[in-house]
Design a protein around this ligand. Structure first.
Ligand code: ADP
Length: 484
């Protein structure tokens, strides 16, 4: 990796303000998914190092919670500025370890940093209330206070933004936080820690523990009584496990889990806009986001026209490493991801689907999956129920609005949903009927720091971003003042 600022490449964990090797000296290899080449070796920390980070956070909490919102805002703003000053280098690190095109990485760094700026402003307004009393000699007051030490576990698909989305509200309200990034993408997390150190965060307030034994690190985080909150983004399977483990010490939890996003195109949609939205929602990050369109439901009258226009757009996609000019679809993250996507496409083709584009799997022995469109897909195929996490668009056909709503809601998940329509009555009816935490209406990209991101049903608990995201890191305390 060629960087302007090589100090951003950190390979040790950042615990209590120190860069630390693993206690037993073990390391793990970080690879470039586009080439399989080794990028770095990172410290492979485990239970003892995690416990140390938590204990440092607990110690730091005593003084950090006494800082003013304005002081914490100044730190966040400094960190935000440092991230934006180093945007290009951070984007290169991100693309190298994760595979997404450089333009997307630049976007992710700015998007991730925007949460720091947002919560620097928002935390100053964590107001309590004076509630009209029920008795004249008493007064009812509420205060908002930081929940305490937070532990966060984050995924590889947004190695930078999924960290800042949790760390920003925590630090804004005075909660120290220990982060375990994905073992696929530790370098982006450690680069953020380097800049947090430069911004002037006190030791222990923000630690990053990297390691390959996620179950062990997660076990310490969920069982340690000093940790008052777990914030997780990842699979529904692991989220459920962490909720179970957190029950023993009754921790607060925020969970951003899997999705199975419907993308509905009605007869009255602007088809060109729908195609543009589908391209952005489906093929961004090679289809590896939890809000990617997972099921494209298209009404009879426009099914063929939409499919043709989508195929035309998909023909313009180019797979390639972030170093290849013009490439806009990167590799899948690893072999397991590849095997999963291959299996889903094969099952659909075996059960009668047709490949309108792609359908051929990978390009040689690489981890680049050829962008694919499947038509004649039905709810009986595995791909209807599974999160694809790859550049594959399955097109389902429907007749009526009611049928589309029933198909869209026919899943245990409820994160993002999208639909394209112009009839005002339909826009309201469908928006209200979709059992999802987020609805994109004539929009394929909906995430931003000002809006509440989160899911219902098995897609999660809590919201990230917006003024609502702050509440997940605050306890509401009720004061009853008597004898007045
Ligand atoms: P994905 O399938 O997208 O990799 P995971 O849920 O497996 O999603 O991974 C998300 C994060 O959860 C990663 O940081 C990973 O290391 C971590 N993780 C995986 N298994 C566990 C576990 N048993 N306990 C705690 N964290 C885990």
């Amino acid at each position: 990796m060629e960087l302007k600022n090589q100090t951003l490449i950190r390979t040790k964990s950042y615990i209590n303000g120190q860069w630390c090797d693993a206690d037993d000296g073990r390391e793990f290899v970080v690879t470039d998914p586009a080439t399989g080449a080794e990028l770095a070796r990172a410290a492979d920390c485990g239970a003892a190092e995690t416990a140390r980070a938590i204990s440092a956070a607990q110690q730091a909490f005593a003084s950090f919670k006494m800082t003013t919102a304005k002081e914490r805002a100044a730190l966040l703003r400094r960190w935000h500025q440092l991230i934006m000053d180093n945007q290009e280098d951070l984007a290169v690190i991100l693309s190298a370890e994760q595979g997404k095109p450089l333009a997307e990485s630049r976007g992710e760094i700015a998007y991730g940093a925007s949460y720091l700026e947002w919560y620097a402003e928002e935390a100053k307004r964590a107001y309590g209330d004076v509630i009209p009393t029920f008795a004249n000699d008493k007064r009812i007051i509420t205060l908002k206070q930081p929940v305490g030490v937070v532990a966060a576990i984050t995924p590889w698909n947004f190695p930078s933004a999924m960290i800042t989305r949790k760390v920003a509200p925590a630090l804004a309200v005075g909660c120290p936080i220990v982060v375990k990034p994905s073992e696929e993408t530790p370098l982006s997390a450690l680069a953020l820690a380097e800049l947090a150190e430069q911004a002037g965060y006190p030791a222990g307030v923000f630690s990053v523990v990297c390691g390959t034994d996620a179950a062990v690190i997660g076990g310490v985080m969920t069982s340690n009584p000093s940790v008052r909150k777990i914030s997780f983004t990842g699979s529904t399977r692991v989220g459920k496990l962490l909720m179970e483990q957190s029950a023993s010490t009754v921790k607060k939890v925020s969970m951003e889990l899997g999705g199975n996003a419907p993308f509905i195109v009605f007869d009255d949609a602007d088809l060109d806009a729908a195609v543009a939205g589908a391209m952005a929602s489906k093929y961004r990050n090679a289809g590896q986001t939890c809000v990617c369109a997972n099921r494209l439901l298209v009404q009879d009258g426009v099914y063929d026209a939409f499919a043709d226009k989508l195929a035309e757009a998909v023909a313009g996609l180019k797979t390639g490493a972030y170093t290849v000019e013009g490439a806009n679809v990167g590799p899948l993250i690893n072999r397991a991801a590849l095997a999963k996507v291959n299996g889903l496409v094969r099952d659909a083709l075996d059960k009668g689907a047709t490949a309108l584009a792609g359908g051929v799997g990978t390009d040689g022995d690489s981890q680049f999956y050829t962008p694919t469109i499947l038509t004649n897909v039905t709810a009986e195929m595995d791909i209807f129920n599974e999160e694809i996490f790859g550049p594959v668009a399955p097109l389902y056909r429907f007749g009526t609005e009611q049928e589309a709503i029933e198909m869209a809601n026919d899943t245990p998940f409820g994160l993002a949903s999208y639909f394209y329509a112009r009839d005002m009555g339909r826009v309201w009816r469908v928006s209200e009927a979709l059992e999802y935490g987020m609805v994109g209406i004539n929009e394929g990209i909906i995430s931003n720091e000002a809006a509440p991101f989160g899911g219902v049903k098995e897609s999660g608990i809590g919201r990230e971003g917006s003024r609502y995201g702050l509440d997940d890191y605050l306890e509401l305390k009720y004061l009853c003042m008597g004898g007045i």
